[in-house]
Design a protein around this ligand. Structure first.
Ligand code: FMN
Length: 417
């Protein structure tokens, strides 16, 4: 179909900056996160100034199956859950369209995952493993562009070569994507090789395409959002990991972890949420306190009911308030210290990003953000520690609760080692 024919078919469907404007020019974007950007978390994030949220990635083929089990287990929304982009992974244009049509009246766009670097994505031939199959990528996007009532968008990773990254993004734009998110890491940058995102490649994409671009990677603090916009010129900034450790990130507020946990559980009381998701969020929110209050870790690992989660949070809050009272230096949110790399010294009961600097301060993210890092610092060999075992993109399509506990336990072992 020609573009004119597509416009004639969907005369009211918005494109590029018209879509972006209709969504309210979203600058603060919560990333798609398997098992973690679920409805309850999106509600909490929106309360703290997230302008746009993505669902977790859903497997298009499973989502579109006549048996609604997978869909019912994972897909949840409500009227106020907007603007919302629903993300799918796919390698079959028809299956993608079928899944997308199911959510079309409850979402503002459907996003194609072209970034997942996990083994399961290699086996299933989706996510970043489509980076060698531009023809299929184009067909997937084109299928939605020509047939779906709402716009299609895409989330990509970068190639080692900036020229190839730009050509890829332009191909995706030509296929019909109306917003492109660029996660500035290579496919190989996962697990202990995660390292830094390369904002210069995001900038190059932004300058080359006409549709809005979201930048993804290296956001640790509220101030990094504007820094990223200034450096790359992007239209919005997406956060995954830091949003999980600090759901108030986009508000600029510096808040205690227990407050976020309480507010999240209150939402879960209204919006039924899978125990594994809740547990995953608790492990992350209390990431810096669990190694100190070790006995509560087991309690959290074993919690299954809402009452057990509440009891865990009440116990943790009591401990953290005592820690606050006993602190030699009273914490003043407006007056924090930073170390030589720009990391802020917050007490463990304050929401803060998960830092990966223990073994490799030379390549710290903040140092990069302070423009002190050399370009080669983004090389995979210059990667940072293996602290985040269940992210980024490390979650597989269907994580059961045991996986979450195991991943979190591994993480805790690493971080307390
Ligand atoms: C727990 C977790 C789950 C993720 N799941 C997805 C996903 O479903 N789809 C996706 O495109 N990326 C996924 N990602 C990757 C993030 O969206 C993001 O691209 C990546 O973490 C880099 O952003 P960050 O530096 O802000 O963490 C996930 C990341 C995390 C931490």
């Amino acid at each position: 179909m020609t573009e004119d024919e597509i416009i004639a078919k969907f005369p009211t469907r918005l494109r590029g900056y018209d879509l972006f404007g209709k969504l309210g020019n979203p600058k603060h974007v919560v990333a798609p996160m398997v098992d973690q950007s679920e409805l309850a978390w999106r509600i909490l994030s929106r309360k703290y100034d997230a302008d746009l949220c993505y669902t977790p990635m859903f497997h298009a083929k499973m989502f579109g199956e006549d048996n609604p089990k997978y869909r019912n287990e994972h897909w949840q929304t409500e009227d106020s859950d907007r603007p919302l982009f629903v993300q799918f992974c796919a390698n079959d244009p028809d299956a993608l369209l079928k899944a997308a049509q199911i959510v079309a009246d409850k979402a503002d766009a459907v996003d194609l995952n072209l970034g997942c670097p996990q083994h399961i994505a290699r086996r299933g031939h989706y996510g970043s493993y489509l980076m060698e199959d531009w023809d299929l990528v184009s067909k997937l996007i084109r299928k939605l562009h020509e047939n779906l009532e709402i716009p299609v968008t895409a989330k990509i990773r970068v190639y080692p070569e900036v020229e190839k990254t730009v050509a890829y993004a332009k191909m995706i734009e030509a296929a019909g994507a109306q917003i492109i998110t660029v996660h500035g890491r290579l496919r190989e940058q996962k697990g202990h090789k995660t390292g830094l995102a390369d904002w210069s490649k995001i900038k190059a994409v932004k300058e080359a395409v006409k549709v809005p671009v979201f930048a993804n990677g290296n956001i640790l603090y509220y101030e990094d959002v504007q820094r990223c916009i200034d450096e790359t010129g992007v239209d919005g900034v997406m956060s995954a990991e830091t949003n999980l450790y600090n759901p108030a990130l986009f508000s600029g507020k510096i808040l205690p972890t227990w407050q976020m946990a309480e507010e999240y559980l209150e939402i879960c009381g209204r919006v039924p949420t899978r125990a594994g998701y809740i547990r995953g969020h608790m492990f992350k929110l209390f990431r810096y306190s669990l190694p100190i209050h070790v006995d509560l870790r087991q309690k959290l690992a074993e919690a299954k009911t809402m009452e057990e989660y509440w009891q865990f949070v009440r116990d943790m809050k009591t401990r953290l308030m005592a820690d606050t009272d006993n602190a030699k230096v009273k914490f003043d949110p407006g007056n924090y210290e930073t170390d030589e790399f720009g990391y802020r010294s917050y007490p463990h009961w304050i929401c803060q990003p998960a830092l990966r600097f223990e073994h490799d301060k030379e390549h710290s993210q903040s140092k990069r953000l302070l423009n002190e890092a050399k370009p080669e610092d983004t090389s995979i060999s210059g990667a940072v520690t293996t602290e985040i075992l269940s992210s980024p993109d490390n979650n597989e399509t269907v994580n059961n609760d045991a996986d979450v506990v195991e991943n979190e336990s591994k993480r805790l072992k690493v971080s307390t080692a």
